[in-house]
Design a protein. Structure first.
Ligand code: GAF
Length: 393
């Protein structure tokens, strides 16, 4: 756990509430290794949590008021009551964080959890707007804070589901379950194979000599919401054409045999999802076996499928992937990660190639804005939970 982050959340709590918290919890951001746009098709994903987190420091109140201070937003304070309607705030971009907090609290209440008032300070270091799930980390951390404060018998899977409900119904983003589930349930040192239908998870060990490199393209993810929703609709239309509940239920033979009069675009969208599910299952096996040549080939195929069939990459992202593939060769792989239209590329590569990858990106890549890419070397982190206060308080 980053000590500067802990110091910041404790200072924010002390300044705002004139006390020390009784509990501190964390929830990590994530990077998806493979399995893109498969979660809302009831399919498979293979993300890992990263060692960038949201921390929430908390203490209980003896009334029904919740007060939340956001260290990352100039110590803005939000206050609302649990026994009155909880409504979203509209408008100001720098207040958007409030809706993730209120939405999660409302989802907990609607699910029947007997919440009591609390004072909360929030601080995070998950890069924002990069597609590394800073919002899922915030939602999961808020639910985790109430779980810890009140000793609620709330499973980590239910936390993820309620966080997703907050995002879908309160924030208004129609995301799948991947980001919240990996933040709530991951295991340190492992990626997590998630079956997004059953919500069964299987940790997959990552060799410690393999680095997880995340490269932020600095391309603003402009169309992400509208394009994301369009992709969901196209997938649903394709599933309806094939008469299946979700594209998860289709294999490649049926995809071809049952095409009929399905239009070319919807068919390509379906082909991405069907082949990506197969690649994700294969990738979990390859990683578990330490077969980085196979893993790299699957990551390369995944990128091509996102570029040509699902059409969610952009030229600067394609360029970053090519630069990384040139450095890594068959020793690992690189692909775009996350919802698309900008954001980040993920690479798995031997530790001893990290320096060369950094140099190649610095020498060969600039975003359309002229900015250089940011590079993060991450370690697969544990999922949300309490953080020991010892030595900090
Ligand atoms: C975003 C969504 F939030 C996830 O649910 C997932 O669909 C992803 O895009 C694409 O794989 O991160």
């Amino acid at each position: 756990m980053s000590s500067p982050l802990m110091t910041r959340v404790l200072a924010s709590f002390a300044d705002s509430f004139d006390a020390a918290p009784t509990t501190v919890v964390h929830a990590p951001g994530r990077v998806n290794l493979i399995g893109e746009h498969t979660d809302y098709n009831d399919g498979f994903v293979l993300p890992c949590a990263i060692d960038y987190h949201t921390l929430v420091a908390a203490q209980p109140r003896d009334d029904m008021t919740v007060r939340v201070v956001a260290s990352d937003y100039g110590d803005q304070l939000d206050e609302f009551r649990l026994d009155a309607p909880i409504l979203p705030v509209q408008g100001r971009a720098d207040q958007a964080w409030i809706n993730y907090v209120r939405g999660t609290v409302k989802a907990l209440l609607d699910d029947g959890w007997p919440l009591r008032g609390a004072e909360l300070a929030v601080a995070g270091n998950v890069p924002q707007g990069a597609g590394l799930s800073s919002s899922a980390a915030l939602e999961v951390a808020i639910a985790q804070a109430f779980k810890s404060l009140q000793d609620l018998d709330l499973s980590q899977t239910r936390i993820a589901q309620l966080a997703q409900i907050a995002e879908n119904r309160f924030v208004g983003c129609n995301c799948g379950i991947m980001d919240q589930l990996i933040s709530a349930r991951s295991t340190a040192g492992h990626a997590l194979l998630i079956d997004c239908r059953s919500l069964d998870v299987s940790p997959v060990h990552l060799d410690t000599d393999i680095a997880v490199l995340i490269v932020h393209s600095r391309v603003k993810r402009g169309l992400v919401d509208s394009e994301y929703n369009t992709r969901r609709e196209q997938c649903e239309a394709a599933a309806a054409h094939y008469g299946v509940a979700a594209l998860r239920d289709l294999d490649e033979a049926r995809l071809v045999a049952g095409r009929g009069d399905l239009d070319e675009l919807a068919w390509r969208r379906a082909r991405h999802v069907v082949t990506e599910n197969r690649r994700t299952l294969d990738a979990a096996q390859a990683l578990a076996a330490g077969d980085m040549v196979r893993m790299g080939a699957l990551m390369a195929e995944s990128h091509v499928s996102m570029r040509d069939d699902f059409e969610i990459t952009v030229p600067p992202i394609d360029q970053l992937v090519e630069i990384l593939q040139g450095v890594i060769g068959p020793a690992g792989g690189a692909r775009m990660t996350g919802g698309g239209f900008g954001g980040c590329v993920v690479a798995l590569l031997p530790e001893n190639l990290v320096g060369a990858a950094r140099e190649a990106i610095a020498a060969q890549y600039r975003a359309p804005s002229g900015e250089a890419a940011s590079v993060y070397v991450c370690h697969p982190s544990a999922g949300a939970g309490p953080v020991a206060l010892h030595g900090h308080a």
